[in-house]
Ligand binder design. Structure first.
Ligand code: ZN
Length: 235
């Protein structure tokens, strides 16, 4: 656990200099991993929640939260019950807080300039079995994470003025027409009208979206779509 915490150079993770205190992250995560009672878990939680990964009083989230999320999930799995509750509480806070302007996105293995909330949601989905087994709180986190859907474009077909886009959907695309952010190698634009055409196969992540008023050339394979509102969140 300690190695995984030290493997991240928290000082190099961007964050608003007036609010983000990188030293709090490593100290807080270590203290939370080692916490053996309620008081120790609360102390670790206040390090992380008072300028480490979020600033609770102003409801701001830092990019560090996206990198801390898998470590908090490890703590939720292995730690003391009080540490587990603190970790889940921090993940919930991180997912629902707003980032500061200029510090709203992170680089991930599946794309650059990904909104912090969507990067956190990705980690939550990756640990769905763990969270589903952690009672109401774990299940609520999973439900929240599903709203931060992600769609990877594989193939496009023109359909009148629209384009049918085939690819892999993670999370849950909501009913109706929604604005989506098209992210290609960290460059992003907003598509005003996107709807779920149909899920391709029962039980798989394959899906088809309809992008209104755009032609296939505007929707290159390899690009990723996110909820537009996630890209617009700012403190
Ligand atoms: Zn999001």
């Amino acid at each position: 656990m300690s190695d995984a915490i030290d493997a991240v150079n928290w000082g190099a993770v961007p964050g608003h200099p007036g609010w983000y205190e990188p030293a709090r992250v490593a100290r807080g995560l270590r203290a939370l991993a080692d916490a053996a009672n309620l008081v120790q878990a609360a102390e670790a939680g206040s390090l992380l929640g008072g300028g480490g990964i979020v600033h609770g009083h102003s409801a701001a989230v830092f990019p560090a939260a996206a990198f801390a999320a898998p470590l908090l999930l490890d703590i939720a799995k292995q730690g003391h019950p009080a540490a587990r509750d603190t970790a889940l509480g921090l993940l919930d806070e991180a997912l629902s807080s707003y980032p500061h302007a200029g510090y709203t996105r992170v680089t991930t293995p599946y794309g650059a300039a990904v909104p912090i909330c969507c990067a956190i949601a990705h980690h939550l989905r990756a640990r769905a079995v763990l969270l589903a087994g952690l009672g109401k709180r774990g299940k609520a986190l999973l439900a929240d994470a599903a709203e931060h859907w992600r769609f990877e474009i594989r193939e496009c077909v023109a359909d009148g003025n629209d384009t049918a886009v085939f690819g892999a959907l993670a999370g849950c695309f909501p009913d109706g027409v929604h604005a989506a952010e098209l992210n290609l190698a960290g460059e992003f634009t907003v598509l005003d009208e996107v709807a779920l055409e149909y899920p391709l196969t029962e039980g798989s992540h394959e899906a088809c979206l309809r992008v209104m008023g755009r032609h296939p050339g505007e929707l290159p394979p390899g690009a990723t779509l996110f909820p537009a509102e996630c890209g617009e969140l700012v403190h």
